[in-house]
Design a protein. Sequence first.
Length: 356
Amino acid sequence: MMKRRQSFSFITAFAMLSACGRGGPPVSTPVGDGAPGSLIHSEAPDDQSRRIVTAAQEFLSSLDASQRKAVLFPFSDGAQRVKWSNFPTGFVPRAGTPWGKLTAQQRGRLTALLRAVLSPQGMEMVIEQMQADDILARKEPTMFGADRYFVSMVGMPSLDRAWTFQFGGHHLAINATVAGPQVTLSPSLTGGEPLKFIRNGKRIYIVENEVLQAQALMRALTPGQTKLAVRSTQKIDLVLGPGHDGQVLQPEGLPGSAMTPRQKQQFLRLIEARLDFLNADDLAPQVAAIRATLDQTYFGWWGATSPLGAAYYRITGPRVLIEFSPQDMDGDATNHAHNMFRDPTNEYGSAWTKLR
């Protein structure tokens, strides 16, 4: 378990950092060498991707030789690419370097990299996830805790070849693939346990916006629409979690085409409540792609409509898969969740790069 002063340093490091906007229009040209990580089309990197690559290089420069060797993997390493899970590292070991073995300077530079990739909301979620795991570590210090979150990179940080930045541990897996000016977090796992706790006298509920937006959408539906959306009164478990890359699900529930314009707006708010952990520059084109296919995107619900946050829901469309999966193994399904985001067309940046 992290000591109080270490937790303070972690929060302070995040608070010190800032984010910026996007650069000029990309220039697209074919790339033909076929090497792992080479882009299908090379686009001029924008300011956001330059900040991410610079932050990654600065983090790597702070590591000693053994740490760099532990962190870096070739882009062709498919085994490392998929080495993420919702389980604790005691059950599913991660490769890379753990947070607990980094110096204060190294933590600051890793935080700067996270800050460049994620949105302010996304980084707050990471902080809260790690703090929640520290709560579990009070009882099981050999299994849980922020010190057991790992960082790795699949491919060398580059402006002209794809690479993936990985960070996570129990209930968290950030897989950020950077390809020229583009970044995707597909696939990434979020959630947490406990989801609700008190920090410095303030109430924390890690997934609160997601469950509020889901509740708002359910309330906006007519009885007939609700009948289509609710697939079962019993919740189900995560379907396309770790180990299910490349798989697809048949859409179930209520399609966007059967929603009113106001309901569609609320549907998009729910989608954005999950995807807004990505920085605004790279979020915008992904939301635009989802909006363009919203009529073919479905909303399905498994479980009771109350209490808030106790039911599984799924969003399935041509450009998005979102799962919200409450877990009641601890007796309170609203306090423990395994959640997924995938873009079925672009897992690990496969739409932009040659993975093999």
